[in-house]
Design a protein around this ligand. Sequence first.
Ligand code: URA
Length: 205
Amino acid sequence: MGALDDVAHRASGCEKCRLAKGRTKVVFGAGNPSADLMFVGEAPGFHEDRQGLPFVGAAGALLTNLLGGIELTREQVYIANVLKCRPPGNRDPMPDEVEACSPYLVEQIRLIDPRVICTLGNFATQLLLGRKVGISRVRGQRFDVRGRILVPTFHPAAILRGGRPGAGMAEMEEDFRMLAKLLGEAAPAPPSAPVEDPEQLGLFS
Ligand code: URA
């Protein structure tokens, strides 16, 4: 069993927070375990909880389409969430749930070792960036965080339920084109020493 399977196995029996009680299945993550590009969403919804797979509902269909737009399939990337269990009624994650669950995400990032991480929406962005900042302010920007490139974009579910149909879609497409461009660039040489940036002490610290 690989190291990532090991972590998945541990997560599958996790009872570190209240969400263990209501879940059908733990949604650990799916895709290429050595992907260059990793997506991090918020938490499983109804369909994900039933199937044990991330982004399989309507938001997942949009994510799959956006990937198709840059000629990528779900199998080529890795898709995970901040929380591995569904919050009741799809409510927002609570701070203690994020705290209990984030070690799994840290391990996933360490083992998959993606060059580029795309955070989907506020929760993943704030957690990985280590800053309380609104997604509209930072989407489509490139952040260099401890040897990885982080690109925040909107959460696909926010596009689907947006006030104006399709609002934010053009921006998301633009952000995905940026991801494609970054993946096409040659990987930079690793820095000789870690760069300390007190502004960015998120999951990578
Ligand atoms: N929304 C998320 O954030 N993650 C999923 O897996 C599905 C919907």
